[in-house]
Design a protein around this ligand. Sequence first.
Ligand code: AR6
Length: 183
Amino acid sequence: MEEQVIELVLGDITKQAVDAIVNAANSGLMGGGGVDGAIHRAAGPELLEECRRIAEEKRGIGRSPCPAGEAVITGAGRLPCKYVIHTVGPVWRGGGQGEPELLASCYRNSLFLAEERGLKSVAFPNIATGVYGYPKEAAAGTASAAVKETLSRTPGIRKIVFVCFDDENYAIYRRVLEFLGTF
Ligand code: AR6
């Protein structure tokens, strides 16, 4: 069987020409700052329109548009990728409020959605490590372990790209992925 590869990139996730990029959104799905803001700016208004439709639909059945740990998928507007998977990381509250499990769920559920749609390549940002305050080192460990573990259950996915926006996260990921034997 063909290999599943994990790549590490220092750069801007909006430039990745993969099947799907993952957005670190909030549970209202209506855009925000950080990577969410960058994705919506680069994608154009179509993306927000699609998010709004999903949010309304979910609210209509009495649900939150996207609770922490869950994920939804939309088109990608003007982005070079084909889809955007919006997931919501946990706000860091010291680590004892289920944050690691919720963060792992973000990666897992995003990959399940991608597999369901038959997508082959997915790029992830460092979910929750900005505004939501998740410690970078811990987040990288949880993210890489969750991805490695999930890949065996998503055989259609051929390539994962971890996109780090800052040197610190890039250095941390290098170390964590080497430790996990991925590089
Ligand atoms: N490409 C890749 N990574 C990026 C980019 C980019 N263009 N821009 C920022 N990052 P954050 P969170 C990195 O704050 O912590 C939003 O307002 C950034 O350096 O975007 O999950 C949402 O609407 C950091 O490492 O997301 C939510 O309200 C990582 O992306 C809230 O922020 C995540 O930082 C979510 O907070």
